[in-house]
Design a protein around this ligand. Structure first.
Ligand SMILES: Nc1ncnc2c1ncn2[C@@H]1O[C@H](COP(=O)(O)OP(=O)(O)O)[C@@H](O)[C@H]1O
Ligand SMILES: [Mg+2]
Length: 252
């Protein structure tokens, strides 16, 4: 059965795209993985070597054109891994989706088709709990909330929790659940990191991943080499943590 996970947080810069990328690559070593880029900034697409300004068919096409099929928008990248790229067109998608009365459930419909040949679908969403994020959450079974371990973490997590609740109760995805809060940018030397972690665990008992993604300069450097950290520095703390995250998700 295909598991569909959206990665969401209203805050930018918390590690959503980094998580989609590295988790996707780790899972793809054992399973069939589809990554979907719903962010107009399309940094997941860029990290995977595609130019967001030159995507003739993208997640935008899938959301906007009823006849567009999954097969036509997806790009095989390596064995076990495919991408539906984002494109700069997504900047106008939020408005058009509402103005032209498109169904926000289109991605959900396409992915719930029983013939989707993937074990995992990971949806990278933009910052802000906007129409594109809602589209991703409507399509998903589970949501991963990366939370940067600083004083704003709780607010970001609460906002996603709230939207998840609304989507479950009122918007037609009654099975959506928070799979886990993922502590990111964890710094053992900082006083506040363990404090924030304890606050997150108190807010969502049993729903915070065991793994913490550490602050690791290799993670930040990797995109500059055209790679994800799990390929660029496989033994680095960041890569090891993303491997552990994949293990936590697979055992479910
Ligand atoms: N664990 C980490 N350690 C160091 N830098 C990181 C880490 N995770 C992400 N980054 C860097 O922080 C920036 C924001 O991460 P990103 O995944 O793009 O966040 P988001 O998608 O939530 O906006 C990127 O430059 C990324 O390379
Ligand atoms: Mg991002």
């Amino acid at each position: 059965m295909t598991r569909i996970l959206a990665i969401a947080n209203q805050k930018g810069g918390v590690g959503k795209t980094t998580t989609a990328l590295n988790l996707g690559l780790m899972l793809a070593s054992k399973c069939r993985v589809l990554l979907i880029d719903l962010d107009p900034q399309a940094s997941l697409t860029a990290c995977l070597g595609l130019d967001p300004y030159r995507q003739e068919r993208s997640s935008y096409s899938l959301l906007m054109y009823d006849k567009m099929t999954l097969a036509r928008v997806l790009r095989p990248l390596r064995p076990g891994l495919a991408l539906i790229p984002g494109s700069v067109d997504l900047q106008t998608a939020s408005i058009k989706l509402l103005q032209e009365n498109h169904s926000l459930g289109r991605l959900r419909m396409v992915l719930r088709d029983s013939r989707v040949p993937f074990d995992y679908v990971l949806i990278d969403t933009p910052p802000g709990l906007n129409v594109l994020t809602v589209t991703g959450l409507l399509a998903a079974d589970e949501v991963i909330i990366p939370a940067q371990c600083n004083h704003t973490a709780i607010l970001g997590v609460r906002a996603v929790q709230d939207v998840t609740f609304r989507i479950r109760e009122n918007m037609g995805n009654p099975d959506l659940k928070v799979r886990g809060v993922l502590p990111t940018f964890y710094d053992d030397d900082a006083l506040y990191s363990p404090q924030i972690l304890a606050e997150l665990q108190a807010l969502l008992p049993g729903q915070v991943f065991k793994v913490r993604i550490p602050y690791d300069v290799n993670v930040a450097d990797a995109p500059h080499t055209g790679k994800a950290v799990v390929d660029y520095a496989p033994q680095s703390p960041g890569a090891v943590a993303y491997r552990q995250l994949a293990d936590e998700i697979v055992v479910d």
